[in-house]
Every structure is written in C-alpha cells, then in structure tokens.
Design a binder for this molecule. Structure first.
Ligand code: ADP
Ligand code: MG
Length: 432
C-alpha cells in the first residue's frame, strides 16, 4: 500500500538526486566539478528519514528528505512529511546564534520535503565514538554552548515578545513529532504496549515495579505537563549523543526535526541522560581497552563539564543579551536591581537544574523500557550483564524522578551514579 503523498513529492534515489542537485546552481557550485564526479551515498542509519551524503570535487552537502512514514518501522507507522521543514526552520531561526555548532543550512524544497545542509567531514556520530571508547574533550562543552545559546537567544529574555510569539506559533505546528515525544517519553513506558520492550526476563520485575509506582508515574506526568506547557525557548527536542557529530576539534549538533518551544531542562536532561547511559553501559564492555583506562570515569566527568559549561554560559549570555521583554533591563539598572537580577538568574538556573534531573530520569526510563533503545546498552550481548547495567541506570533514574531535592549540585548526581553502578555491577568486575 502506497501512502498518499502530495503532488510532486517523490523519494530520492542516488540517481534522481544527482540531476536535482545539478539543477540548483548554488549547490552545484559548492560541490564543484561535473555531476558525474559527485560521490553519493545513502547513509542508511537514519531512524526516520532518507539521508544522502554527497561529496563533490570542491565541497560536500548532506540531503535529508522526509519519508511519509517512520523509516525504522515502515509504512505501518505513517509520519507527516513536514518534519523536514521544522528541522530546516530550526536552523533558520536558531542558526544565526549557533554558528560553528550546527551544519550550515543551504537549501529547502517544500515540494520534496528535502533540506540540504553542509556535509560534515571528517565528523562521526558522537554515540558511536563513545561506544568505541574515544575521548572528545570539547564535545560536552560544545553541546552545552549549543543549548545555552539557543535557550537565551530564542527566548523573550533576548527577543521582543512579538518575535517570540511568531516562532512559538510556527513550531507549535510540529505536532506529529511532539506527539511522538509525549507518548514515547511521558506515557508509553508505564503502559502495556506491544511497541515497548526491555531485557526480559531479567528486568521483568523492575519494569513491573516502575509501572506500579504511582509517585513515579506522577513525577513523569508532571514533567510531561511542563514539556507541553512551558514554552521557555526553542529546543532541539531530541538531543541525545546520536544527534551530535564530532571531529578532533569540532562539534556540531544535527537532526533538529523535533524542534519545539519547551522547557530548556528537556534538552539538557536528555543529553545528561545519554551521557549517563554511556557511563552505565561501561561494565558491559569489561573486555575492552576503554574499561582499563578510566574511560567510565571520563564519561561521568563529561556530565559535570556539560552542566557547568551550560550554567556558566546561560548566565553570561542572559546578562549580556537581556534586551527582550522578559526581565526588562530598565528596571534593574541600579545597584540593588543588579543584585536582584543576578539572584533571579541564579533562581532560574536552579529551576532548569531541577528540570534537567527529572527529564534525565524520564529519558533513561524510556530508553530502557520503551520503544527506542540506545546502542550503548543494546550492544551488550549477554542479557544478564546488560540487565545489571540497565538496572543501575534505572535505579538512578528513579531517584532523579522521586528525590530530585537530594541532588543539590551536579557532583551529587555523579556520586550517586557511581554508587549505583558499583552496587549493581561490582560483582561482575570482580568475576571478570
Ligand atoms: P534521522 O533523523 O533519520 O535519524 P539524522 O539527521 O540523524 O537522520 O541523520 C542520519 C545520519 O546521517 C547521521 O547519524 C549521520 O551519520 C549522517 N549525517 C546527518 N547529517 C549529516 C551531515 N550534515 N554531514 C554528514 N553526515 C550527516
Ligand atoms: Mg531524527
């Protein structure tokens, strides 16, 4: 059964992409040489979309096209084509503030639902690099910089309310992917649904206990409510380690198709959760070189690097660009006002920190018990070993959701993560 698609839409193949690119003078010039010389490959690791990497003689482009369904599932899960537009719009709206942190947007085709951005070379996806035990000392702070700049510059802290209202309305139409998040993150893990899975039978009791825990369900529901109502700033919306590409000295955030106005702590929380899951998976690779070189400790440190960079930059950027309608600066020019403004910034950061903890907990729960799992745990072949790693992560996630006040500073999260990892997997290391 072919899904209905708008007049003129067709899914690209490498053969149909070449003449299309050749017909667009700016892109053809960027690629250089003749179209026959362009190397085109379809990456195939996209979850939702078609992604083509095109290397010309002079430069490269990446073409991302929506399919009318979820790629990893197939036509049984239809998905509106408009998501490509929202991803491109994210680059248009936030891009001017994110130079050097996203691939430059180059072209959008509204009929084909295809966007073209700069090809990242020689970048690789951060998640794969972390799986391979590689260290990228700049990555966590670059992603923090991405969130801090987006959070301040797209918000009414820095912009007139009219400009923000237009953007809020525009991204509010990104309904299909917002519904994916609302269901997959904030509801599905607590329901008996065929699309959920977990390491079974090892985690059966743990999952049953999570579902039976009404305070935990309420904590996640409360976060879901915030996600849908707190329109603080333009979010990336899916900021896991697979949405980041790195080279030795450069870090870029990709794949903003889930973009929406929401609580800043959602982006920080999802990224923190994915760093934590990379950490909790480490005992599962106890035979790897990374296991013997302090790599787990390095991963955990990145959580602190990320949060501290974010907090410092959010505060500094807000103080430097406070020209919006929220916190009007004319009211805080005097010495008392400056002190009150500084205290307000600190309160706001404390708020984002609390949100970060909660959203991180919700993200961990859904990645281990819901539909979309992380390669970090998935590649641990032994289910008993994987379950121990996942159990440690779930134990921390429950605490983040139920007792966020116990984590007064980010160091407390790291200490507790380490304690949970030691508790659940220490015996494994002793046996190895
Ligand atoms: P999806 O949303 O379908 O998952 P992504 O945007 O994550 O698609 O892209 C899929 C893959 O394509 C990425 O994991 C990465 O390997 C590659 N990719 C995406 N954008 C670029 C880019 N600008 N340059 C090079 N490779 C890219
Ligand atoms: Mg995607």
């Amino acid at each position: 059964m072919a899904l209905h698609t708008p007049e003129g839409y067709r899914a690209f193949t490498p053969d149909s992409l070449r003449p299309w690119l050749a017909s667009l003078p700016a892109l053809a010039a960027r690629l250089g040489g003749s179209p026959q010389q362009w190397q085109i490959s379809e990456v195939g690791d996209g979850n939702l979309n078609l992604v083509f990497l095109v290397d010309g003689t002079d430069g490269g482009v990446c073409v991302k096209q929506s399919l009318p369904y979820v790629r990893v599932v197939g036509e049984s899960w239809p998905m509106p084509l408009e998501r490509a537009w929202f991803e491109y719009q994210h680059a248009v709206v936030a891009g001017p503030h994110l130079a050097g942190l996203i691939p430059a947007p180059l072209h959008y085709d509204a009929t084909l639902f295809a966007s073209v951005v700069a090809l990242l070379r020689p970048h690789r996806v951060l998640r794969g690099e972390l799986l391979a035990g590689q260290r990228y000392p700049q990555a966590a702070s670059a992603v923090a910089e991405f969130v801090a700049r987006s959070a301040v510059h797209t918000s009414p802290l820095a912009q007139p309310l009219e400009a923000v209202a237009g953007q809020v309305a525009g991204f509010a139409a990104n309904l299909a992917l917002t519904r994916v998040t609302a269901e997959l993150v904030f509801a599905d893990p607590f329901e008996a649904l065929p699309r959920n899975r977990w390491t079974s039978p090892q985690l059966d009791d743990t999952v049953a206990a999570l579902r039976a825990n009404a305070p935990l369900r309420a904590a996640v529901a409360e976060l879901g409510h915030r996600f849908l109502t707190r329109r603080e700033a333009l979010l990336h919306g899916d900021l896991h380690t697979g949405s980041v590409m790195v080279s030795a000295d450069d870090t870029r955030v990709i794949d903003a198709e889930f973009a929406l106005y929401g609580p800043v702590g959602f982006d920080t929380g999802v990224f923190v959760a994915n760093l934590l899951m990379a950490y909790f998976a480490q005992p599962g690779y106890s035979d790897s070189d990374a296991a013997h070189s302090g790599y787990a400790d390095w991963l955990l440190e990145q959580v602190a690097v990320f949060w501290q960079h974010f907090a410092r930059r959010y505060d500094a950027l807000w103080a430097a660009h406070a020209s919006g309608d929220a916190w009007p600066q004319r009211l805080f020019a005097d010495a008392d006002g400056q002190a009150a403004f500084a205290a307000g910034r600190a309160r706001r950061l404390a708020d984002i920190y609390q949100d970060t903890l909660g959203f991180a907990g919700a993200e961990i729960v859904r990645r281990i018990t819901g539909f979309a799992h992380n390669a970090d745990f998935e590649r641990i072949a032994d289910p008993a070993l994987r379950a121990r790693c996942e159990q440690a992560a779930l134990a921390l996630a429950s605490e983040l959701l139920l007792q966020p006040q116990a984590f007064g500073h980010i160091g407390a999260v790291l200490a507790r993560a380490q304690a949970q990892a030691d508790h659940h997997t220490a015996t494994l290391e002793a046996a190895a």
